[in-house]
Every structure is written in structure tokens, then in C-alpha cells.
Design a protein around this ligand. Structure first.
Ligand SMILES: [Zn+2]
Ligand SMILES: [Zn+2]
Length: 82
């Protein structure tokens, strides 16, 4: 079973790509490339926007909620304290 992140509100699932902008430095980034951490400035996004122009619902949800059942594994890595 593939563990693909999806929007907890509408279940839209992103294809890999820089669909988001970093809130801190504005660079194009993929929230699912590095667990919402900007590779340019290191800012970690706690919320991830569901892009309406790609078919999403436009809601922002906690980034961890996008991982559904396998979020526990990510929490163990404790990415917000890096
Ligand atoms: Zn940044
Ligand atoms: Zn959505």
C-alpha cells in the first residue's frame, strides 16, 4: 500500500512538484519533499495549503494531518526540533 500524503479535508493528493511558496523566504517549494521544511531558509511550515488551482479545496491543514496513518513514524523523527 502506497503511503501518499493527501489533504485531510478533501483527500486531494499532490503530485511531486513545487506547488507551494515558502512563507518565510518566498521560494517555490514542495511541501512533501522535506516534510514542509524549506531547503532554502530552513523554515518549517506547520500548515500546508491545499492548492485550489490543482484541484484541491483551498483549505490549510496541519502538515502532519496530510500523512494520515503514517504520521506517527514522522513524529518519532521529531522534525520540528531539528
Ligand atoms: Zn524559505
Ligand atoms: Zn483539500
Amino acid at each position: 500500500m502506497e503511503e501518499k500524503p493527501k489533504c485531510p479535508v478533501c483527500e486531494w493528493s499532490p503530485n511531486p512538484g513545487k506547488h507551494w511558496n515558502c512563507l518565510e523566504c518566498g521560494v517555490d517549494m514542495d511541501h512533501f519533499d522535506n516534510v514542509a521544511r524549506c531547503s532554502n531558509c530552513g523554515y518549517t511550515h506547520e500548515l500546508t495549503y491545499c492548492p485550489e488551482h490543482l484541484g484541491g479545496c483551498g483549505q490549510s491543514s496541519a502538515h502532519m494531518d496530510w500523512y494520515g496513518n503514517f504520521d506517527r513514524k514522522l513524529r518519532e523523527i521529531d522534525i520540528f526540533n531539528l
